[in-house]
Design a binder for this molecule. Structure first.
Ligand code: S3P
Length: 182
């Protein structure tokens, strides 16, 4: 566990947590379960982005490109963080959000505990393929592996890392809650 942030203290005070990690890590599924169990709201940041834009993530990438998507993603995260004081919340970020230094800085400033859901790249790829949901940045396994490798260092700056390999989402949710003392 990364010790830069005192996780339980931070989680109690802010009453929020943010799930980060690569595509297929189970951020949204685990986030929904945690929200239900803790009685906290759950937010999928990609949903907020789609609502702001009135189009799907796939359309945003195809019509406006990744750079534009990252700008909207940053604005959506700012907005979500600004709302944290009002009610406790679990937020799942898209796979690239925590690879952007400006987003990491925002979360650090807000002192929100961040949880890196990790897993073997082959398993992450298999989960994405099985889900069949269009993901603009999921191409072939080699590119998927390379993208994961370029992001991993950033993900490792999260407050806590939980390995999801071979685990179901309920088990992962329990591990996160226990580790955060929730
Ligand atoms: C992305 C991951 C997606 C979504 C967008 C970009 C990425 O979210 O935000 O397609 O850069 O890895 P998931 O991690 O939920 O698939």
């Amino acid at each position: 566990m990364n010790t830069r942030v005192s996780v339980p203290e931070c989680a109690q005070k802010v009453r929020a947590l943010v799930l980060v990690g690569f595509m297929g890590a189970g951020k949204s599924s685990v986030g929904e379960i945690l929200g239900r169990r803790l009685g906290w709201a759950f937010e999928d940041l990609d949903e907020r982005i789609q609502q702001r834009e009135g189009r799907s993530i796939e359309q945003i990438f195809a019509e406006s490109g990744e750079l534009f998507f990252r700008r909207v993603e940053h604005a959506a995260l700012q907005e979500s963080i600004a709302e944290l004081g009002t009610n406790p919340r679990v937020v799942a970020l898209g796979g690239g959000a925590f690879a952007q230094p400006e987003n990491i800085a925002l979360l650090e400033k807000a002192a929100v505990p961040t949880v890196f859901l990790d897993g073997s790249v082959d398993e992450l790829f298999r989960r994405c393929t099985e889900q069949g949901r269009p993901r603009p940045l999921q191409s072939d396994l080699e590119l998927f592996r390379n993208l994961y490798a370029t992001r991993r260092e950033r993900y490792m700056t999260a407050s806590l890392r939980v390995d999801t390999s071979g685990k179901d989402v309920e088990t992962v949710a329990t591990e996160v809650a226990v580790a955060l003392g929730l």
